[in-house]
Design a protein around this ligand. Structure first.
Ligand SMILES: NC(=O)c1ccc[n+]([C@@H]2O[C@H](COP(=O)([O-])OP(=O)(O)OC[C@H]3O[C@@H](n4cnc5c(N)ncnc54)[C@H](OP(=O)(O)O)[C@@H]3O)[C@@H](O)[C@H]2O)c1
Length: 302
């Protein structure tokens, strides 16, 4: 497995976890905003392990602030990592997968691919772009009748490290919008998408509600978020400025996979369990509908 990030300590810790789980890891201290660094990493992975089967685009950075407080270079950087990082990763993967006619690219996306929220304009803009870009590539591959697949994982608020090191101009510590889920659920969805034919997976009931709400009554969500979307992204803790921030350079520490919200985060999502077993759920609903139809037919005949 190849692992890309900028910080050596986080990479080494992730590689140790891969090895403890029985795998082999090759790490690259690379910046996904630079297509040449991403391409060099892809080349080195194939030299070591052979053809890449699964490529996961996951890196992100952001700036928590109202739009007018964000400098152009900060906005550009968040876009270049969060959006273009996905574009360059997809390019390096596709250049290898398309000629072989096999492989899967998993785009780690968000409910924010569908719905913008306050204080996160660089991130929401980039995530919307990730979705549009991915849909274009899906249609191009279908047009070619390619067997290469792309899958998007639409995630809810997760208890990850981004809230401890994302650049922020807010006075209080940032947090994911509750309800919050543990990152293992996201990891399971990414793994599931890599090995099952899924165009997209919604993870967590907040994701489903956000996406449906945006489709049905975006104006209502505008008003709801204008009222609730500011406080819901901040804790009561004053900002801890130690180890901030990771926008242009990594905070070179191993902070693990979890953020500071273990006590608030759900380790289980019934919605995701059903989404993962979509086929079985649809079959059960079909059987239930057939049963109800048959019972109604019997009653009518009597
Ligand atoms: N946490 C949530 O609430 C949430 C919700 C929905 C979706 N997501 C998605 O989940 C994915 C992961 O986010 P996260 O919450 O796990 O963030 P995170 O804890 O901050 O992790 C981000 C990772 O990206 C790496 N990275 C950042 N900039 C990079 C760059 N320029 N080049 C290479 N690697 C870079 C970081 O390592 P270095 O700093 O060492 O480079 C780190 O390993 C993102 O796609 C995000 O949109 C998260």
């Amino acid at each position: 497995m190849g692992l890309i990030a900028r910080g050596a300590k986080g990479l080494e810790a992730a590689a140790r976890e891969v090895e403890q789980a029985g795998g082999e890891a090759l790490v690259f201290a690379a910046d996904v905003a630079d297509p040449q660094q991403v391409e060099a990493a892809a080349m080195a992975v194939e030299e070591r392990f052979g053809p890449i089967d699964v490529w996961v685009n996951d890196a992100m950075v952001t700036v928590y602030a109202e739009f007018l407080e964000i400098e152009p270079e900060e906005f550009r950087r968040a876009t270049e990592v969060t959006y273009l990082g996905m574009v360059w990763g997809t390019g390096s993967a596709l250049r290898r997968m398309v000629p072989r006619d096999r492989g899967v690219i998993v785009q780690v996306c968000s409910a924010m691919c569908y719905r913008g929220i306050p204080l996160q304009s660089p991130y929401c803009g980039a995530k919307h772009a990730c979705k549009g870009f991915t849909e274009s590539i899906i249609t191009e591959l279908l047009h070619k009748k390619s067997k290469v697949r792309l899958s998007m994982i639409q995630l809810p608020g997760l208890n990850t490290t981004q809230f401890t090191w994302g650049r922020t101009k807010l006075a209080k510590q940032t947090m994911p919008v509750p309800p919050i889920y543990q990152p293992e659920i996201a990891a399971d969805a990414i793994h599931h998408a890599a090995y099952h034919k899924r165009r997209q997976i919604y993870v967590g009931i907040p994701t489903v509600l956000n996406i449906l709400g945006e489709r049905v009554a975006p104006w209502l969500l505008d008003r709801y978020l204008a009222r609730n979307g500011f406080d819901s992204q901040m804790t009561e803790q004053p900002l801890d400025t130690r180890g901030h921030d990771n926008l242009f350079e990594p905070v070179d520490e191993d902070r693990g996979a979890h953020g500071p919200f273990d006590e608030l985060a759900h380790a289980f999502s019934p919605q995701y369990v059903l989404a993962k077993r979509r086929g079985a759920v649809l079959a059960a609903l079909g059987l239930a509908a057939l049963g109800a139809g048959a019972a109604a037919g019997v009653r009518a005949a009597r």
